[in-house]
Design a protein. Sequence first.
Lengths: 365, 632
Amino acid sequence: MIRRQLWRRLIAHIDPVLMSGVGLLLLTSLLVLYSASDGNWLRVLSQGTNILVALVFMWIVANLPLHYLIRTALPIYLLGMLLLVGVALFGEISHGARRWLDIGVITIQPSELMKIGVPLMMAWYFEKHEATLTLKNYFIATLLLLVPVVLIARQPDLGTALLILASGFYVLFLAGLSWRVMGVLLAAAIASAPVLWSMLHDYQQHRILMLLDPTQDALGKGYHTIQGMIAVGSGGIFGKGFLNGTQTHLDFLPERTTDFIFAVYAEEFGFIGSFLLLSLYLFVIARGLIITANASTYFTRLMSGSITLTFTTYAFVNMGMVSGILPVVGVPLPLISYGGTSMLTLMVGIGMLMCIETHKKLVKT
Amino acid sequence: MKRQVELKNHQREIYYFRLRLAVSVGFALLLLMTLLLRFMYLQVIRHGHYQTLAESNRISIVPIVPNRGLILDRNGVVLAHNFSGYTLEITPSKLLDLDATIDALSGLVQITAKDRKRFKKLLVESHDFESLMIRNRLSDEEVARFAAQQYRFPGVEIKARLFRDYPDSDITSHLIGYIGRINQTDVDQLEENELAANYRGSDYIGKTGLEQSYETELHGTTGVEQVEVDSAGRAVRILSRTPPISGNTLVLSIDAKLQEIAEQAFGKYRGALIAIDPNNGEILAFISKPGYDPSLFVDGIDPQSWDELNNSPDVPLNNRALRGQYPPGSTIKPFMALAGLNYKIRSPSYTISDPGYFTLPGSTHQYRDWKKGGHGSVDMFKAIVVSCDTYFYGLATELGIDNIFEFLSRFGFGKKTGIDLEGETSGLLPSQDWKMKRYKQKWYAGDTVSVGIGQGYNLVTPMQLAYATATLANNGVSFRPHLVREVRSARSNENKLISVQPGKLNIDPAQLDLIKRAMVAVTQPGGTAAQAAAGAPYQIAGKTGTAQVVAMKQGESYNADKIDERHRDHAWFISFAPAEQPRLALVVLVENGGHGGSTAAPIARKVFDYYLLGIIPKPLADEADNGDSQHD
């Protein structure tokens, strides 16, 4: 009896629909990782630990009262900004980029924190000014977005900067930024493209150029893209079968446990597998959008919408880059790629969706 | 009231938000749809293409080079074979400082200046990523020394390779030839002949001699191993293997011992010798002196050795037997006499009175006989035995160039013999047409006169003369001369015996008999080659000849002692023995040897003695020196 009550308490704030979709993705992650790491159980175990830790955080976030969630916005954002400035001044240099901050025991990547922090802050800001929204508010919200984005882009981490820009843009969009302003912004963006291009680092320019024709540098910068496309394409309709991907197991695929894990999956499970995985993502995204539609407050609507669309964007950008329609920007496949940080961030986002969904009645009354 | 407005606002807000959300749903669906279409394109529509790419990523076709076929003489003596040995190889693209590496290597392994030069040459000719040989035939000790220090030399490795070796290269270089590294010209030719696939992995190809002519037989069929490789190119496992088929073994008609004896018989002289079995066209000895060391060429010759060979006044690289073109001199006389009989210009008994010179009707120009004062009364038999020039001046004049051309063509003059060696030259048998084409001049009667004694426009190769002599010996039945008797397959006993179809010249046996008897008399007392044949227990039919190197002016006389050695006449001797049932036809050319009877005929004698009697001559250092006064 007590045990049942305890269980009920435990799952009270877990959305079963969202959880089932996410759970399937996480299981897929372990399965594909087993193949991608050439049957390395340690790697699978390590990812299992990542998932468990992320699930705990998801549970905690899901159980937070909504006003707590709102209250965390400003501190998280400010902390994030502080760390970003810190990174810019004292950050560790790794692979030619200054992204990590060594604070004694652990090194942290503040840009990861801002993936949550920026939309949270913007949603909080719009919630605060809900009654009296003017163009000025949108402008300020845009500044809240652009400052961290520029800092991250200068690290340089263009991929993360663009993804945060996207998540912030979704908040602006859902907050009702007028179409006309968006049109002007778009025109301005296109006009400033050449300037931005010249500000990019050489390797970033190369990555974008390579997208246009990866075969030009097949053994150099185009190698990732080409091998990814070969892996995906050679999978065919039914795939080569679990553990039978030749691109994967003969070491032709780079980064196959992280950014290119989708190529492993697509090679071994084929078009049918790809279709199923897309369906699974659609399921999770659809649930997120339903949660957004049902959300009761301005803040929760903006927040859940932004999280869901950002999630969609991550999935699209990753699979798009592996299949050769987007440049290689270093975005993991959500909930599947190996890695603790991105797993944690995503699951905190999922936790927020659950929090929003399971606390809405309380708010309404 | 105010509350109502707020409520309305709230509803409007919800409405706008839902509108935005609907756009978002569309956006999300658009993204996922794009991915789905992309996957459809890659995995369904273009699957075949990417499947191929994945397979070619995965599968590496590794050629397995076949062992090159052996070359044996008729008795099984090995003339060309393979042995495995170690080479030290460098992949230049893996090195930072090539010269420093070679310097360091020379501390472990002997690297001579020649090795360095050869390597530099290879470097120019090849790609940086290829593994290039710096030293070959490493000793076991050198291998061990390098192996212990190998960690210091990334990009340098020891490889086990098969080497081609020519055990008797000093006597067979012009016959066997050599293999060398495949160059761009070879590649182009292989591609043209659609053989490039079979040469994948092969480094060497026949460059000259039999190695070149029988390349397709000797090379063998390249095997294939399908290997699964990882991205670093390491072989993971073998998927399938088609073993290579070794090249075929060539069994030559050459008798290595005969070849050796013939070669030594030349002593210090330069020249050529060809021994043919007239009954089937098989070549038993094939010599062009001097030879060269073919192993210099196998891995690319160093520039210094090349200059030495190429600029030597002895032209050791010239295959005299096959490509040297010389005036036939008096050796043409038996054939000319036969033509006279054939066209009934002369009967055997027709006799001239030789004053020692010949003049054309209506001219005062004197064509001199080699003997001042002449030979007196001369019929055909005597004309051959004493090599009377005057007789043949008149005979040729009456035959006319057209008949001479027609008849000598039958014996193969002016044409390639068709020997199974590449690079043969065709000599020159002059005709009216030829002169018109070559000099834009008509043929003059005077041109014919000197053709009659083999000193006009006509040129022959030793090979041609050997073919004609063999045909004469065999009573006008010709066989295409050839060096390979048998091609032995490495696979089973699919051996292929080479036999040549006879060609018939249809010459009257009685006429042939007269000529042959006269040629026997040449080696008898009173003949021009009497001394060389003295004491032989078998009869030699022969004819001496000299080929002028420098033309003499009218009225000038030849004095060997006054002439620079390289301007002295070339000595010829054509012969066959035993005369009544010929087993061997021989042509000997001694460059600047002077008289055929004194320098060329003794060489022939030694060859006959060995071949017919099994007599192995004593080492002959200075025996071929001229010293007797026997004339042409």
